[in-house]
Design a protein around this ligand. Structure first.
Ligand code: GFB
Length: 315
């Protein structure tokens, strides 16, 4: 694994998607670095608009790019907005990766997702299991768009010698998450649902699916720290998984959230809702070899996320 140390200090760094949960965490983490941070709002440059992206890059010529912008959502969002998920994510990736190359970016990080791995790949999920089997149908459009971005980064490394890298985060949560009742990921959905139940005195909360799927959850500020570490210390062709290395069933996870929120009622399961992939547990040994491990425990992370929810939505 090539580890070419890359100096961030004094560089112009563009965080694409700075308003999102991941982008926000990268902005927070980069504040600890001596960089010239560049961000651009969607009203100024819609990253799906190729001409606008190319013009912005030609004018600003960022030296470093974190491509954290994406159209994201939970299992129902992915399965409902299939056209939007493939279109937006394909076009954002192609626009930004190409513009970064044409305008001489020294380094770019593309953020994928753990759903790019086959639905039934051996666990824990190794980076080389990508494209070895069928994807989970509910998020196949999103996964295909992310795989295309990964392949584009690999192709630009190969043809143009770009120092562009691919990282694969596991399920994320934390400040700046999206709490949409239908379209959110499970962590945000349960924080909101248990909170609202506690406030309104509801004594039963419905969790989607059977509760048996297993997921791995990484606090988003830990992800941001890993991204800075990899931007500095990693420069290879292979994907790098970013996770905690531990997974939990959705049923057990629901109890962790209920405890953090202070909900003491019952929990039931709506099996008419999809379970999705039975298990998403990442092999994080490549990252561990670089000496990075996630610091925030799930219990602590959920408490921090709940605090953020209260200040973002009830402050
Ligand atoms: O977070 P989630 O929507 O995404 O669902 P995935 C995780 C698991 O939580 C599924 C269950 O088994 C859901 O059935 N779940 C239980 C819930 N209650 C809820 C709820 O109220 N809301 C939600 N959303 N889920 C996503 C992909 O898959 O993982 C994305 O669709 C992305 O593309 C993301 O890759 C990281 O983990 O199943």
């Amino acid at each position: 694994m090539a580890n070419t140390p890359f100096e961030l200090k004094g560089k112009s760094v563009f965080v694409a998607g700075h308003k999102g949960m991941v982008g926000g965490a990268l902005v927070r983490r980069l504040a600890q670095e001596n960089v010239a941070l560049l961000t651009v709002g969607r009203s100024e440059v819609d990253l799906r608009d190729q001409a606008a992206v190319f013009a912005w890059f030609a004018k600003n010529r960022p030296q470093v790019v974190f491509l954290a912008a994406a159209k994201v959502g939970g299992i129902i969002a992915n399965n409902t907005l299939r056209g939007e998920f493939i279109y937006d994510n394909l076009i954002i990736a192609t626009n930004v990766i190409h513009a970064a190359h044409v305008n001489g970016a020294q380094k770019l990080m593309f953020l994928g997702s753990s759903c790019i791995y086959p639905k039934l790949a051996p666990q824990p999920l190794r980076e080389d299991s990508m494209l070895t089997g069928p994807l989970e149908p509910t998020n196949e459009p999103y996964a295909i768009a992310k795989i295309a971005g990964i392949k584009m980064v690999e192709a630009y490394r190969s043809q143009y010698g770009c120092d562009f890298i691919n990282v694969m985060p596991t399920n994320l949560y934390g400040p700046g998450d999206n709490y949409h009742p239908e379209y959110s990921h499970v962590v945000a959905a349960l924080i909101r649902r248990f909170h609202e139940a506690k406030l309104s005195g509801i004594t039963n909360v419905v969790v989607w699916g059977t509760g048996t799927p297993r997921r791995e959850f990484l606090y988003v500020d830990d992800l941001a720290d890993a991204c800075i570490r990899l931007m500095r210390d990693y420069s290879g062709d292979e994907l790098i998984n970013i996770g905690t290395g531990e997974d939990i069933t959705i049923a057990e996870f629901a109890r962790v959230v209920a405890a953090a929120v202070g909900y003491t009622g019952d929990i039931s399961f709506d099996t008419s809702k999809p379970d999705g992939t039975p298990r998403k547990w990442l092999d994080v040994s490549r990252l561990a070899k670089l000496g990075w491990r996630a610091r925030t425990s799930l219990e602590d992370g959920i408490k921090l996320a709940y605090k953020a929810y209260l200040s973002e939505h009830h402050g």
